[in-house]
Design a protein around this ligand. Structure first.
Ligand code: PBG
Length: 339
């Protein structure tokens, strides 16, 4: 049959893996991936999480081993979360120098601090017995300004322990300015603030609550954003940048790619996103049930973040994906998302 006279044939650029690779607009790089990690106080062996197959609560030793593996694969950085044995109303283990998170920061800074970037979650929810991201007032409401003091103290403890990026994920008003001032007052002028600027109240944090054994009853709707509000995310980002945020984050990822795309098009600081626990669980559990193909789904999900403008993605698959991109050597080898 004679060819129809078509002026445009987009399929021409899709005919072979080689040409698809050549015209690919976005690529994943190991260095653009950050691995979130959990360390739990007082355990002898790591504990596998049931809602996040492949993710575990680490001991200090297994944490260091997993960090070395991630670094060898070329991941860009590590984001640490701690699960303390003791919790109280103030979250006192958060800024205790020998608190589990601060000890883990030191251990990683010593083991891999020269080769990668050590980051820590700066929030109280893992440390409070009520599970909220801040301290409560007499009425049981999260007290914004009292919480800022706790964050400042926590920031200093993390900086002293050796963290070079602090992930401010508590969504208190003024937290970036307050933490920046505390860091600067004590000479930590080069410690980077990663502001979870647009952090939405989300059902997709579910598996994370198992990972950190959260004692939260209720929700975080008085401080995290409402899923209905995209414009408000822009306001949060603007305020955080005005207060000195070095990097801004949109979180969760997949349900908020529109917000990510909008923000990355309008700001001049790096824009990161977090593919959170529920996003991870959805793909792992759907793949385990035979509903979707695991690896293509992982890569497709990560390319979605890139397309939407994420410079860096926090993902629990960071090590595995980095290994696939670098052959496990940490050095970029020519592979495509189809390999
Ligand atoms: C707060 C924090 C949370 C996550 C990262 N930092 C929990 C929350 O806000 O409820 C969630 C990460 C994930 O779900 O993977 N410490």
């Amino acid at each position: 049959m004679a060819a129809v006279d078509l002026e445009q044939r987009p399929r021409r650029l899709r005919t072979t893996p080689a040409i698809r690779r050549l015209v690919s607009e976005h690529r994943l790089h190991a260095a653009d991936l950050v691995l979130p990690m959990f360390v739990k106080e007082g355990i002898e062996t790591p504990i596998d999480l049931t809602t996040m197959p492949g993710v575990r609560q680490h001991t200090l030793d297994s944490l260091v081993a997993a960090a070395k593996e991630a670094v060898a694969a070329g991941v860009g950085g590590l984001m640490l979360f701690g699960i303390p044995s003791l919790r109280d109303a103030e979250g006192s283990q958060a800024d205790a120098p020998d608190g589990i998170l601060n000890r883990a920061i030191s251990a990683l800074a010593e083991a891999v601090g020269d080769e990668t970037v050590i980051m820590a979650d700066l929030c109280l929810d893992e440390f409070t017995d009520h599970g909220h991201c801040g301290v409560l007032d007499d009425a049981g409401v999260v007290d914004n300004d009292a919480t800022l003091e706790r964050y400042a103290s926590m920031a200093l403890a993390q900086a002293r322990a050796g963290a070079s990026v602090l992930g401010l994920s508590g969504m208190m008003d003024g937290q970036v300015a307050h933490v920046r001032a505390a860091l600067d007052a004590y000479g930590f002028i080069d410690v980077v603030i990663l502001a979870y600027a647009a952090k939405f109240s989300s059902a997709f944090y579910g598996p994370f609550r198992e990972a950190v054994e959260s004692q939260l009853k209720g929700d975080r709707r008085t401080y995290q954003q409402d899923a209905a509000n995209g414009r408000e995310a822009g306001r949060e980002v603007r305020l955080d940048i005005e207060q000195g945020a070095d990097i801004v984050m949109v979180k969760p990822g997949m349900p908020y790619l529109d917000v990510l795309a909008d923000i990355s098009a309008h700001v001049d600081v790096p824009v990161w996103s977090y593919q959170i626990s529920g996003e991870y669980a959805m793909i792992e559990l759907a793949a385990a049930a035979g509903a979707i193909e695991r690896w293509p789904a992982i890569i497709e999900s990560l390319l979605g973040f890139k397309r939407a403008g994420a410079d860096v993605i926090l993902t629990y698959w960071a090590t595995e994906v980095a290994q696939s991109l670098t052959g496990g050597t940490g050095t970029r080898v020519p592979r495509t998302s189809e390999d």
